[in-house]
Design a binder for this molecule. Structure first.
Ligand code: SOE
Length: 377
C-alpha cells in the first residue's frame, strides 16, 4: 500500500542510507530530511537529496513533531543510543542491523521500544523475496518433513582489496564482530525464520585475512580507498567465519561467511534438507528456487499467479520481469509503515529479531574465544 502521509528522516547517508531513501520514496512517503556526520555535511546532503527540511542534527529531528519515523543508518556503535532517543521522543524507528554492538544494549533498546509502544523495525530484508516466502509457506504446509540439515554461506568480496578501509573494520565503530554480525546475521535470521528453527548452540572460528588495513572510512562496496601504506592499523574484526550450529532438537547446520571471496558480490545461499524434501535459495538469483524430493528435483519460478498467498502478495511484477534487492527493501518499508499505522503484517523483523541476532553474535564471539560448543543465551 502507499503511505503518502508518512514523513521520514534518515540519519546516516552512506550506501545503505540511499537504499532507505529509495524505498521510502517507493512507498509514496516523504524523505523529510537527512542528517550526516556534521551540521555542514547535513546541509550539503539536504541539497543533494532534495529534501524539504534542513536538520543540523538528530536533536533537531526529534524536536520536529511532523516527523513520524527515523531511519537509523549510522555506524553500528551509534544505533542503540540514537534509536533509544528517537523512541523516547515518540518516533517510530527503522534501525539498521546490528541494532547494537552488545547484547545488553540490544536488550535495552528492545525494552525501550516495548515501553514506548513505538514500532522498531530492523531491515532483515531478505525475508521479503517472494520465493523466500514461498519456501516458508511450503515448510509450514509440511512439504519438507522434519529437518535433517541446514547449511549455506554468505559471501561478498568488497573487503578483498587490502587497501579497502571502512568504519566496519574498526571494532570501536562497527563492533567486535564484522563479517558475522554484518552478513552472517542475515543468513541466521533468514534460515531461522524460513525453516522455523532456533539455533541453540554454536561453535565458530573467525579469521582475519588482512592483518592491517588503512585507517579511515571508505564507502561500503566502494573502490579501494587508496594505497595500503597510508595510516595502517591492525585489524581485529573478522573477514571470514565458519560456524557450526545445532538446534535444541539436534538438527545440525553450517554457515560459511566471507567478505573477501573474489567475485562473490552478495551471495547469500542456503539449502534446507528435510526428510521429505529440500529447498535451495540464492539471493543473487532470487527469481527461482530449487526444490528436491523423492521423485527428483525441479525449479520453481516467481509468479504472481502461482503459489502461496505471501509469494503472490510480494510478487509485484509479472513472471520473467526480474525483482530483486530494491523490491525487498521497498516491501519491508511498506510493511514497517503499515505496522506503525496499526495494521497487521506478516514477518516484519522487529526489536525481538534484533535481540535474537545480538544473542547469536554474542554466542559466536564466545565460541570463537573458548573454542567450544557454546549455548546461545
Ligand atoms: C555490507 O556488507 C552490506 O551492505 C550489509 O551491511 C547489508 O546488510 C547487506 O544486505 C549487503 O551488504
Amino acid at each position: 500500500m502507499a503511505h503518502p502521509r508518512t514523513q521520514a528522516v534518515i540519519i546516516g547517508a552512506g550506501m545503505i542510507g540511499s537504499v532507505h531513501a529509495a524505498a521510502i520514496r517507493g512507498v509514496g512517503a516523504t524523505v523529510r530530511g537527512v542528517v550526516g556526520s556534521t551540521p555542514s555535511r547535513s546541509a550539503v546532503l539536504a541539497k543533494e537529496w532534495d529534501v524539504p527540511v534542513r536538520y543540523p542534527d538528530l536533536a533537531a529531528v526529534l524536536a520536529d513533531d511532523a516527523v513520524d519515523v527515523v531511519h537509523i543508518c549510522t555506524p553500528n556503535v551509534l544505533h542503540a543510543d540514537q534509536a533509544v532517543a528517537a523512541l523516547r521522543a515518540g518516533k517510530h524507528v527503522i534501525c539498521e542491523k546490528p541494532i547494537a554492538t552488545s547484547l545488553a544494549d540490544a536488550q535495552r533498546l528492545a525494552s525501550v521500544a516495548a515501553e514506548t509502544g513505538r514500532t522498531l523495525a530492523v531491515p532483515y530484508v531478505y525475508r521479503y523475496h517472494p520465493l523466500v516466502r514461498e519456501i516458508r509457506a511450503r515448510r509450514m504446509n509440511g512439504d519438507f518433513g522434519a529437518w535433517q540439515l541446514l547449511h549455506g554461506s554468505y559471501l561478498q568480496d568488497w573487503m578483498l582489496d587490502a587497501g579497502t578501509a571502512n568504519w566496519r573494520v574498526d571494532a570501536a565503530q562497527g563492533g567486535r564482530s564484522r563479517a558475522f554480525a554484518d552478513i552472517g546475521s542475515h543468513w541466521c535470521d533468514l534460515v531461522e525464520w524460513v525453516a522455523g528453527v532456533r539455533f541453540h548452540e554454536v561453535t565458530a572460528r573467525r579469521g582475519i585475512t588482512r592483518p592491517e588495513r588503512p585507517a579511515g572510512s571508505g564507502a561500503t562496496f566502494g573502490p579501494a580507498s587508496g594505497p595500503a601504506s597510508d595510516h595502517l592499523r591492525p585489524v581485529t574484526t573478522e573477514d571470514v567465519a565458519t560456524v557450526l550450529l545445532r538446534t535444541a532438537e539436534g538438527v545440525l547446520g553450517s554457515l560459511t561467511v566471507s567478505q573477501v571471496s573474489a567475485g562473490r558480490k552478495n551471495r547469500l545461499w542456503f539449502e534446507l534438507d528435510g526428510a521429505a524434501g529440500s529447498a535451495v535459495f540464492d539471493q543473487e538469483n532470487p527469481e527461482s528456487v530449487w526444490l528436491g524430493d523423492a521423485d527428483g528435483a525441479r525449479i520453481v519460478v516467481r509468479d504472481p499467479g502461482q503459489g502461496s498467498a505471501e509469494q503472490r502478495r510480494l510478487a509485484t511484477l509479472p513472471a520473467g520481469h526480474a525483482q530483486g534487492y530494491g523490491d525487498c527493501f521497498r516491501a519491508f518499508v511498506d510493511d514497517a509503515y503499515s505496522a506503525m499505522a496499526g495494521l497487521p503484517v506478516v514477518g516484519l523483523p522487529t526489536a525481538a529479531d534484533g535481540v535474537r541476532s545480538a544473542r547469536l553474535v554474542d554466542a559466536v564471539l564466545r565460541a570463537d574465544e573458548s573454542l567450544s560448543w557454546t549455548v546461545v543465551e
